[in-house]
Design a protein around this ligand. Structure first.
Ligand code: NDP
Length: 241
């Protein structure tokens, strides 16, 4: 059993969430891991974890998972609202069902996740919310329309939460990565958009590893509670757009 505080990660079954769960676990933290693919999280075989099948669209399921983990490991000191889906597409031909899915998961899901731990952090006057945005939450791309909308949403709520929660000494860090090697492209159903994305990725020499993002989040978290990295914007060196 570790004496480090509990941290929680949504979308812990692959990519950046998996890498971040691994980084905090290696640093000795118990980790609440949430995603829909439980088998993937079980296969990671990390010590001191609580694994919960959670869809971030289900506010009650996140809250229940947090309660279970806190009963076992104590209060959540860091929540990474990471789960997201990138249905990138030409907006002129995209099925609106894909907009609904992205808005529900990337925007409402992130707010649901923050909400599950916010009151406790305010009461304890400590804690860190890590909010997953994207470089697509800083600038727009014509074939990322609704995805960009969801990530601009994350930026906006994070800026507002940061101001609101600063009086409670709770930190809000927004993460805005460029191209990271994960399974994120598996959600792109529009063949032309996918081909264009992949061609750009080749031009920039490929994406960078998710472990780099996980380690950066851990390093930012490890600063004293009165020091806040407000945003991590991390891209491959050759990514200029
Ligand atoms: P992955 O596809 O590898 O990981 C996405 C994670 O989100 C999975 O663990 C998946 O788990 C989880 N997830 C998706 N939908 C839900 C849901 N409804 N409920 C719970 N969990 C869900 O991609 P990334 O690691 O790249 O993506 C993580 C985040 O990083 C996303 O928000 C993405 O937008 C963002 N991002 C990624 C970039 C990149 O280049 N890779 C760049 C900028 C931002 P499961 O399917 O098991 O539920």
């Amino acid at each position: 059993m570790t004496d480090k505080p509990l941290v929680a990660v949504t979308g812990a079954s692959s990519g950046i969430g998996e890498a971040t769960a691994r980084a905090f676990s290696a640093a000795g933290h118990p980790v609440l891991m949430m995603a829909r693919r439980v088998d993937r999280m079980v296969a990671m075989d990390l010590p001191d974890t609580m694994i919960r099948e959670v869809d971030v669209r289900d506010r009650d399921a996140i809250a229940a998972a947090v309660t279970d983990a806190e009963n076992e490991y104590g209060p959540t000191d860091m929540m990474f609202a990471n789960a997201g889906i990138a249905r990138l597409a030409d907006i002129g031909r995209q099925d609106p069902a894909e907009w609904d899915e992205m808005i529900d998961i990337n925007a409402k899901g992130v707010m649901n996740t923050a909400h599950a731990v916010m009151a406790g952090m305010m009461e304890r006057r400590r804690g860190t919310l890590v909010m997953m945005s994207s470089i697509a939450g800083r600038k727009v791309y014509p074939d990322h329309t609704v995805y960009c909308g969801t990530k601009f949403f994350v930026h906006a709520i994070s800026e507002s939460l940061r101001e609101y929660l600063s009086a409670y000494d709770v930190r809000v860090l927004v993460v805005s990565p460029g191209v990271i090697e994960t399974e994120v492209l598996s959600a792109v159903t529009d063949a032309e958009t996918l081909a264009a994305y992949k061609a750009n990725k080749v031009k920039m020499g490929g994406g960078i590893g998710a472990d780099i993002v996980g380690d950066l989040i851990l390093n930012a978290y490890n600063l004293p509670q009165n020091a806040l990295v407000q945003e991590i914007c991390l891209t491959p060196t050759r990514q200029t757009y």
